[in-house]
Design a protein. Structure first.
Length: 593
């Protein structure tokens, strides 16, 4: 019998609304003023209770760290009262991007449980798969998603307790000081599901200790501070939006300003606001922005339509003097996107990094602009060990080896280890064991990322200005071993390299490079593209721009065997919430193979 079947009641609290949009349940009893002795609550204990923690960009509702602590305590008590003992259990939740989400996540940590965020954008069937696969004991829902939670519960025969965990107080109220319980091994953590671009999504169990290690690594490399204001534009069921843009800012005492879903005009207006002549709301400047390449492309595409006043103030807002750090991740960053953003921002260079659900952020370029090399994701982050392993011989590639005897870049699978690495795939011992390889010297096992890369020293980069961790050869990602490394006629081709060149063509706005079966070559290279509106009739003799035009444009950019032999034009390329393309599904959908 599943855990669901033992919990037949559906519970939903309906807190009283306040005029500021929050809710109140009265002062928290003093006996609730203790929290587990784990790093994230150790950090909360030391933050200034009057400093801002979360701001809702459109409504300007704001909450201090004092508010946050008090509300986490109340939400934990509410959760314990309604769900009983949940230490070590998976607690799923549906919450909008904002303060409710942060309170809910921390309340689950405070209950020694595993936080399992669900995407409200997912259809019921996908959410039901996650609920069933994770054996979640409880489903929490804010009132906004109560109907979706009901659909999820009643889509099967079992029910889970569902209740609104919102428990906010008026600004300035809440606890200013907390006590930490006696130190012990924590059962809390997070479970995130992989994007499922190559296989069915897997539950990644990340213990609290790994979350803390990931945050400490980023704090050292990217230097979050209490003075940072991070504009949060990301979905909250993946590592990028959760660890990079919530957990780590909370560790540092930064403020998080939520603006979701993404809207180009709203983002430009917010970036520009502090630099407009009449900044009536006295909005603080945004100092930290992390997003996917698609977001930067859409911002730049909409820029010409802005008023001259917003354009001028917006450029000031994204200049290096004000936007301290702009990061691009979760998908390969095309060179044209990086160059255009640098020009528009008058010198701000996008920082690239490499990460995944199982490891958080693992490799990153540095804060010094010389350490943001085009096409590179940088160096292993503090606390992370990385190596390259030959995908055919399974031999470790020496760090000093850059080229083979034919002068080609030596590539291998990235393998990682360290305290930042996840624990296991939930209820999937086979996948867990297959993802780790023992260390030859008896040390910690290495996690096999499935991503292929090369390494090389880059002149002018890695001098140590970004930190001691940012030295030596830099990593250059070639792609996923399973879908982005195309073998044709005995040659290996990086799909990401070909995509980068395709995106540098003015006729193409989106591109995905795929492998198609070939009797002659084993595989052949194909491309699925979205054309710029002005490119439709830019082919020879005014005809539609097609595969031969593409091949001619790439002739001087790529070796002949790398140039796609087939091309299909779509209005848009399907992507998941993190901007990634499921290439296996795309091959079937577009080419029928």
């Amino acid at each position: 019998m599943s855990l669901f079947a033992r919990l037949p009641r559906v519970l939903r609290a309906k807190p009283r609304l306040l005029s500021n949009g929050g809710t109140a349940t009265g002062p928290a009893p003093r006996h609730l003023s203790t929290l587990p002795n784990i790093p994230i609550f150790q950090a909360l204990k030391d933050h200034d209770p009057e400093s801002l923690s979360v701001i809702h960009s459109l409504s300007q509702r704001s909450f201090t760290y004092g508010n946050l602590v008090g509300d986490v305590l109340r939400a934990r008590e509410d959760l314990r009262r309604k769900a009983g003992g949940i230490a070590g259990e998976r607690v799923a939740f549906l919450a909008e991007n904002g303060y409710d989400y942060v309170v809910t996540m921390l309340a689950i940590f405070a209950s020694e449980a595993i936080a399992l965020p669900l995407s409200p954008a997912f259809p019921t069937g996908e959410l039901q798969y996650i609920m069933d696969n994770s054996s979640a004991k409880v489903l929490l829902s804010t009132e906004k998603y109560a109907e979706k939670a009901d659909q999820l519960i009643f889509s099967g025969l079992q029910r889970q307790p569902v209740f609104d965990v919102r428990s906010k107080v008026k600004e300035g109220a809440g606890y200013e000081k907390i006590k930490l319980e006696e130190a012990k091994e924590s059962l809390s953590g997070m479970m995130l599901y992989t994007s499922g671009t190559t296989n069915r999504p897997k539950g990644v169990l990340i213990p609290e200790s790994a979350l803390a290690a990931q945050a400490r690594s980023l704090l050292q490399a990217w230097k979050y501070t209490p003075n940072d204001r991070l504009l949060h534009l990301l979905p909250l069921h993946h590592i990028h939006g959760v660890v990079n843009a919530i957990v780590t800012p909370i560790f540092s005492g930064s403020s998080i300003e939520f603006m979701y879903p993404f809207n180009t005009d709203a983002v430009w207006n917010r970036l520009a606001a502090p630099f407009l002549p009449n900044n009536e709301c006295k909005k603080s400047k945004i100092t930290f922005l992390t997003a996917v390449p698609t977001v930067y492309n859409r911002l730049m595409a909409s820029f010409p339509s802005l008023s001259p006043e917003i354009q001028k103030a917006g450029q000031e807002g994204i200049s290096p003097a004000n936007l301290r750090l702009n990061i691009s991740g979760s998908a390969a960053l095309p060179t044209p996107t990086k160059s255009k953003w640098s020009t528009l921002s008058k010198g701000n260079v996008l920082l690239e990094r490499f990460g995944m659900t199982e490891v958080g952020m693992a490799i990153s370029c540095g804060l010094d602009t010389a350490d943001r090399v085009d096409g590179s994701v940088g160096w292993p982050l503090p606390g992370v060990e990385a190596r390259l392993v030959d995908t055919e011989t399974n031999e470790v590639i020496p760090e000093t080896t850059e080229k083979d005897t034919a002068g080609r870049n030596v590539e291998g699978e990235i393998q990682l280890r360290g305290d930042t690495i996840f624990h296991s795939y939930w209820a999937n011992e086979k996948a867990t064991s297959e993802s780790f390889v023992p260390d030859a010297e008896g040390g910690k096992p290495w996690f096999k990322t499935g991503d292929v890369a090369s390494r090389r020293l880059v002149q002018g980069a890695g001098s140590g200005k970004s930190g001691e961790w940012a030295t030596g050869p830099m990593y250059f990602i070639s792609g996923r071993k399973s879908v982005d490394i195309i073998k044709t006629g005995g040659e290996k081709i990086s799909a990401l390299e070909v995509e980068r060149e395709l995106l540098s063509l003015p006729q193409i706005t989106e591109a995905a490079v795929l492998a198609l079966p070939s009797e002659k070559w084993g595989h052949k290279v194909a491309a699925v593209v979205v054309l710029h509106p002005d490119a439709a009739s830019s082919g020879r003799n005014g005809k539609t721009w097609g595969v031969m035009d593409m091949r001619r444009a790439l002739k001087d950019r790529l070796a002949g065997y790398k140039i796609p032999s087939e091309m299909r034009v779509l209005e848009t390329i399907p992507r998941n919430a993190m901007g990634k393309v499921n290439k296996k599904a795309l091959v079937k959908e577009v080419f029928g193979v």
